[in-house]
Design a protein around this ligand. Structure first.
Ligand code: BG6
Length: 491
């Protein structure tokens, strides 16, 4: 689909996200011909820049983060960028923005279509939309959409307040809350694997599925983000959004149609059936961990408490494992185990569906080699699916041989799948909100998370520790042993 003419305003245009993700993603849309010449981008930040300097930055960022670019094409792309120094908390700044946008509307025939991307500190998420409306910037003939980066609040009350503020200026339909995991190729593919294959959909329930595991592990530590991370921790940074989104995609009912609202309705129903824990259940089912020093790929790395700008007594969790329950007809009795953390052994995101054993152990009664059937959905770094089956090794033996049937998306299509941000920007410019989070999803996920935070902050559950370069604390293993399960390591 071709993207309509539009102006894009990026608040926070000199930041990391803009450079690493947004400019390269927009470039890809341009380079692939989805975005023609009728678009302009206004970069906004507090720094002093000329249009030319900003264009040069865009040019460099695209070259740095996109392999194999053509210099002329990138230059032409960068020539669509403009810069405005703004104090986003001060009204007069918005008049300058309006003047610039009016000129660009004319020059690029944008029909007044405007997309505002808030890639800034969350404390401005409420202020900017309010001014955009009060200063008449949103008052054009065209569409007005706003993209909000995470975190969307830090608990339910703050998220509600923020939402009310934004909804004063933008309709829910025009608010695009980003969760970049929803832009990942294989996260979107979960639906297709499920609903496009009768063999899976018919067994996708508690009669045939034993348990589900979702792991998202990282090797990176907190890096230079301690100021943010100390307050968020892995629970708010990864679980409230990305991990719960994957749970919803695995557990949702088939939508009546492949339309945004149908899909989002089904997703939100999963959260309505998610068991909200009381304090005792939090202590029993949720583990928080923090990394100590260790080695990652042979290199020594420091403990979280020794990282720059981290309080030496910090109790911030860098790891969370949890056992979740979805109390509905399809899922009662099937545990959903999730775990995520920094400084773990590998960078990997994987969903493993473990099927129940057949009714009679004809083959696996007396062999250790028996493996349950597993459907693994590889989200990253590999993209694909694999199915573990049992077969017989060659020769006269009663042994079993586990075999893997694997489909690797990247090698099959021989091209890099588009980055999450590219897909999401594309969708947003086309007005497709399927892979953005709706307010009721956000509210319910906070309600679930707040109970955990409250228990941890109160009399609390102890924090556990794990060595950097491991797959998390012992307690996370125990969580599964207790049920006769263990984590499937990423393949
Ligand atoms: C972000 C978190 O949302 O997701 C980061 O703030 C984390 O802490 C990142 O590193 C992980 O994303 P990805 O796409 O690399 O798995």
């Amino acid at each position: 689909h071709s993207i309509p003419n539009a102006s894009i305003v990026i608040f926070g245009a000199t930041g990391d996200l803009a450079h690493r993700k947004l400019f390269p993603a927009l470039y890809q849309l341009y380079q692939k011909g989805h975005m023609k010449e009728n678009f302009s981008v206004v970069g906004v930040s507090r720094k002093e820049y000329s249009h030319e300097q900003f264009q040069q930055e865009v040019y460099e960022a695209v070259n740095e983060h996109t392999p194999g670019t053509e210099s002329d094409k990138v230059k032409k792309f960068a020539s669509h960028f403009y810069y405005l120094k703004m104090d986003v908390t001060s009204e007069p700044s918005y008049h300058e923005l309006e003047e610039l946008l009016n000129v660009l509307d004319r020059d690029y025939q944008t029909n007044g279509n405007r997309l505002y991307y808030l890639a800034m500190a969350p404390r401005f998420f409420g202020t900017i939309p309010t001014f955009l409306k009060s200063e008449g910037i949103t008052n054009t003939e065209g569409w007005q959409r706003i993209v909000i980066e995470k975190p969307f609040g830090h608990d339910l009350p703050s998220a509600t307040k923020l939402n009310e503020e934004i909804q004063q200026s933008f309709n829910e339909d025009d608010i695009y809350r980003i969760d970049h995991y929803l832009g990942k190729e294989m996260v979107q593919n979960i639906q297709v694997i499920r609903f496009g294959n009768a063999i899976f959909e018919s067994i996708w329930n508690n009669k045939y599925i034993d348990s589900v595991q979702i792991t998202s592990s990282e090797t990176l530590g907190v890096e230079d983000r301690a100021a943010y991370y100390e307050k968020s921790g892995a629970l708010l940074d990864m679980v409230q959004n990305h991990m719960l989104q994957m749970v919803m995609m695995v557990a949702m009912e088939p939508p009546g149609e492949l339309k945004p609202e149908h899909i989002r309705d089904e997703k939100v129903k999963v959260l309505r059936s998610l068991r909200f824990f009381n304090e005792e259940e939090v202590r029993k089912n949720v583990i928080r961990g923090q990394y100590t020093d260790g080695k990652i790929k042979g290199e020594s790395v420091p403990a979280y408490l020794k990282e720059e700008n981290v309080d030496p007594e910090s109790k911030t969790e860098t790891f969370v494992a949890a056992k979740l329950f979805i109390d509905n007809f399809r899922w009662t009795g099937v545990p959903f185990y999730i775990r995520t953390g920094k400084r773990m052994a590998v960078k990997s995101t994987e969903i493993v569906i473990q099927f129940k054993q057949g009714p009679m152990a004809l083959y696996h009664a007396n062999t250790e080699k028996y493996q349950p059937n597993l459907l693994r959905i590889h989200i990253q770094p590999d993209e694909g699916v694999s199915l573990t089956l049992n077969a017989k090794p060659k020769g006269d033996t009663s042994d079993l041989l586990p075999i893997d049937m694997t489909y690797n998306n990247k090698s099959a299509t021989d091209m890099n799948s588009p980055e999450a941000y590219e897909k999401l920007l594309h969708d947003c410019l086309l007005g497709n909100s399927t892979y953005f989070t709706r307010w009721d999803e956000v509210a319910l996920s906070w309600e679930f998370i707040d109970r955990i935070t409250k228990t941890w902050n109160g009399t609390g559950a102890p924090i556990t520790y794990y060595n950097s370069g491991s797959m998390g604390p012992q307690e996370a293993e125990q969580l599964l042993y207790a049920d006769g399960h263990s984590w499937w390591e990423p393949t």
